[in-house]
Design a protein around this ligand. Structure first.
Ligand SMILES: Cc1cc2nc3c(=O)[nH]c(=O)nc-3n(C[C@H](O)[C@H](O)[C@H](O)COP(=O)(O)OP(=O)(O)OC[C@H]3O[C@@H](n4cnc5c(N)ncnc54)[C@H](O)[C@@H]3O)c2cc1C
Length: 417
């Protein structure tokens, strides 16, 4: 027997939960399904950076060359990739490489900027209105550098962002130590994206989950979507391990697993997982006072009240969510190259998550080209938390037949042809 629903959301990560929140606010009835526990997947152990400054997509000029260079120094490389002859994977690699162009950057800048600004505003609003206590801090994101070359490149990137309205401050050696006393003496400069923020993502997602439940959402955990039945240009049935569902409208927000969940829908959704790791420890005696990026090592640092988190590594093509102890140790070693840390760490959690990465590094948001009641909200890569409240709002507007404040066409699936 099929149960009939208004809006059915597949995937309870930051994106699915945010869609649920805004749809409930607009008066819709929501059912949220997750194969595992809602709010506990790839969104929970991440760095918690809310970064409207990230307006350059992952697929940008120079990315492939840098990735190849990094791989020559395997003990420190922030990048890795699976070796596989899977044709989907090889095609994605090829398409991603081709997308690393100035054209892709030019096309993506404005939509990422608009979605990023909307999302940052929505985070501040949700946290204030709902009184969420989640270590949220609007102190910007400070990039630290130890070498002149990397500092110079960081300043160059900062100037580029500034031209697109992103607030940036550049600090010399004296100033950077004044601003961030946890930095070791050989840090020579910093670039501070002062409009960014950070929070504890697991706490935020749990609070959002409880709020969404209190607003009336039906939430089904450990309920894996196994297939769909479509007819007449509509999704008619969503099949799960716990029975079949019918819904007026369906949102597919299953992160890196979206392509396999969608296999019956005959949509080509070009997403690969990009795995990364985090290490969370008790607060240190000297806590960094900002969210940081350790420039040359590409490690993210997040002080979250009573805990301190380091995250890093981007491994394309790996679906396993097992943290790799070798990389966890390397991430800690890299952090020690920049920061005053306690000699012995009280490790609270090691974690791995998947960044759902579309082949041009830009999210996929919009109505399915083949189904008038199916909407896609996925492919946010390294920005799935940061862009979630903006995505949730625009997706709820689309479902309600309203026009979002900016064009979503650069994010529609059809852009891939
Ligand atoms: C190391 C690391 C650091 C990061 N740091 C940041 C950061 O600082 N800021 C930021 O913005 N982003 C960051 N990210 C990226 C961010 O975590 C992801 O972009 C985000 O989790 C994607 O959200 P999502 O809701 O699209 O997908 P997910 O979080 O992956 O959620 C998808 C959900 O779908 C469910 N699902 C899958 N298959 C099915 C099925 N068949 N049936 C039902 N449910 C299913 C899953 O169980 C999961 O709960 C980081 C990622 C990593 C790995």
């Amino acid at each position: 027997m099929k149960s009939k629903h208004d809006v059915l959301i597949i995937g309870g990560g930051p994106v699915g939960l945010s869609c649920a929140y805004y749809l409930l606010k607009s008066g819709r009835k929501v059912t949220l399904l997750d194969a595992k526990e809602i709010g506990k997947g790839s969104g929970s152990g991440n760095a918690g950076h809310i970064v409207p400054s990230h307006i350059i997509p992952l697929a940008a000029p120079g990315v492939v060359t840098s990735a190849l260079k990094w791989m020559l120094d395997p003990a420190h490389s922030p990048f890795g990739m699976k070796v596989s002859l899977d044709p989907n994977y090889l095609m994605w690699l090829l398409r991603f490489t081709l997308a690393c162009s100035q054209d892709n950057v030019t096309r993506s800048l404005e939509p990422l900027n608009q979605l990023g600004q909307l999302s940052a505003k929505n985070f501040a609003q949700i946290i204030a209105e709902e009184k969420f206590d989640c270590a949220y801090q609007e102190k910007g994101l400070l990039h630290l550098f130890k070498t002149e070359k990397a500092f110079h490149e960081g300043q160059h990137e900062g100037e580029f962002m500034q031209k697109h309205g992103i607030p940036v401050s550049v600090y010399d050696k004296t100033k950077v130590h004044e601003v961030e006393p946890a930095a070791l003496d050989d840090v020579i400069g910093g670039v501070h994206f002062t409009g960014d923020a950070h929070l504890n993502p697991a706490v935020f997602l749990n609070l959002l989950k409880e709020r969404v439940r209190a607003m009336g959402a039906e939430m089904l955990e450990n309920t894996s979507v196994t297939g769909f039945e479509s007819a007449g240009g509509k999704v008619r049935v969503v099949r799960t391990g716990k029975g079949a569902f019918e819904a007026e409208q369906v949102i597919l927000a299953a992160g890196a697993l979206t392509p396999s969940v969608a296999k019956d829908l005959k949509l080509n959704i070009p997403i690969q997982p990009a795995r990364g790791y985090s290490l969370t420890m008790s607060a240190n005696k000297t806590m960094p006072s900002h969210a940081l990026i350790l420039g040359e090592r590409r490690i993210a640092v997040s002080p979250m009240g009573d805990v301190l988190r380091f995250t890093g590594r981007l491994e394309v093509g790996n679906y396993s969510m097992e943290p790799n102890p070798v990389w966890i140790q390397r991430i800690e070693n890299s952090a020690r190259e920049y920061l005053r840390l306690d000699e012995k760490q009280d490790v609270k959690e090691t974690w791995a998550g998947l960044r759902p990465t579309a082949k041009n590094g830009v999210p996929i948001i919009g109505k399915s080209p083949k189904h008038e009641n199916l909407f896609l909200a996925t492919g946010h890569a390294m920005l799935g938390l940061s862009l979630a409240p903006g995505t949730g709002l625009v997706v709820s507007q689309l479902l309600n037949g309203q026009q979002p404040a900016f064009s979503l066409s650069p994010m529609r699936l059809e852009r891939f042809g």
